[in-house]
Design a protein around this ligand. Structure first.
Ligand SMILES: Nc1ncnc2c1ncn2[C@@H]1O[C@H](COP(=O)(O)OP(=O)(O)OP(=O)(O)O)[C@@H](O)[C@H]1O
Length: 276
């Protein structure tokens, strides 16, 4: 089956009269790879993801495989596009397995028989390394465990588009790397589109095939990591003086030397000595 193709043309999104995304267009996003959405706080990353998920109204065109997503019913949208929000799931009285199963069923998932669905949900938990949490209540998990459970609920539905908003923010470094590797494998194996919001630029560079940099609701850079992540972009978008180098393993590393608009350290520390 051909890989999905997501087209975003001239979209504008706002809250009330406030416009957050302004007339944004991107070259089509193709399945089989990971696109990382990066940018400073309040750049509009979550707003863009929510617009793609159909959770906030957007003007303009969002098309998946030629089909306009704007105007689809909630269920039809959810069967094509899964969204994992930044907020951790509520502490509801469901086990991790029940929550994963209910996510699968609510989106009209591929498994029609409960027993098949259960096997599918258990496989998903196993791939995320959280089989041991299957029978644990969501209300008794740590923050990181709840984040992994939330990821399982998005993935189990086998969407064509998977939108992940900072899915590793509550995870330790081992689980961060494991989840990022898993997400990359998932995109490649299933040929789906994965769009992931990340604050860790080095991690985005390591695991994403394409980086889209947002600045105040517009696209400041878009391309493969080595093209998008440059000292000039970091200065313009993040207001930091930084070097971008490759480590001995070939991964991009960002060495931040300072904030461009920060007061010099000596000045910041120049506090009048207490009078004696
Ligand atoms: N529900 C809302 N109502 C009104 N304004 C909102 C709402 N959600 C977000 N905003 C505003 O939209 C702008 C973009 O927010 P958004 O959450 O999309 O940014 P972000 O790039 O994801 O930021 P961060 O990296 O801090 O999570 C911000 O100025 C924010 O205050």
């Amino acid at each position: 089956m051909a890989h999905p193709r997501l087209e975003i043309e001239n979209i504008s999104v706002g809250y009330g009269r406030r416009r957050v995304i302004a007339d944004l267009s991107l070259p089509a996003i193709e399945g089989g790879g990971v696109t990382a959405l990066i940018g400073p706080n309040a750049a509009g990353k979550t707003t863009l993801l929510r617009a793609l998920a159909g959770l906030v109204p957007a003007r303009g065109t969002i098309r998946l495989d030629g089909e306009e997503l704007n105007g689809l019913s909630v269920t039809a949208h959810a069967s094509r596009v899964a969204y994992m929000p930044q907020a951790l799931p509520q502490r509801v009285a469901l086990t991790v397995l029940e929550a994963t199963l209910s996510a699968l069923m609510s989106s009209g998932g591929t498994a029609s028989h409960l027993a098949t669905a259960r096997v599918h949900a258990l496989n998903t938990l196993e791939r995320l390394g959280i089989s041991d949490l299957a029978m644990r209540g969501l209300d008794e998990l740590s923050g990181g465990q709840r984040q992994l459970a939330s990821l399982a609920q998005s993935i189990v539905r086998e969407p064509r588009v998977l939108l992940l908003d900072e899915p590793t923010s509550a995870l330790d470094i081992h689980h961060q790397l494991r989840v990022m590797r898993f997400v990359r494998e998932l995109a490649q194996e299933r040929g789906i589109i994965v769009i992931i919001v990340l604050h860790d630029i080095a991690q985005a560079a390591r695991y994403a095939h394409r980086i889209v940099v947002l600045k105040q609701g517009t696209v400041a850079a878009d391309g493969p990591p080595e093209a998008a992540i440059t000292p000039a972009m970091l200065a313009e978008v993040y207001k930091v003086e930084a070097r971008v180098e490759r480590c001995s393993h070939g991964f991009l590393q960002i060495m931040v030397d300072g904030a461009l608009d920060a007061a010099p350290a000596a000045q910041a520390l120049s506090v009048a000595p207490p009078s004696t």
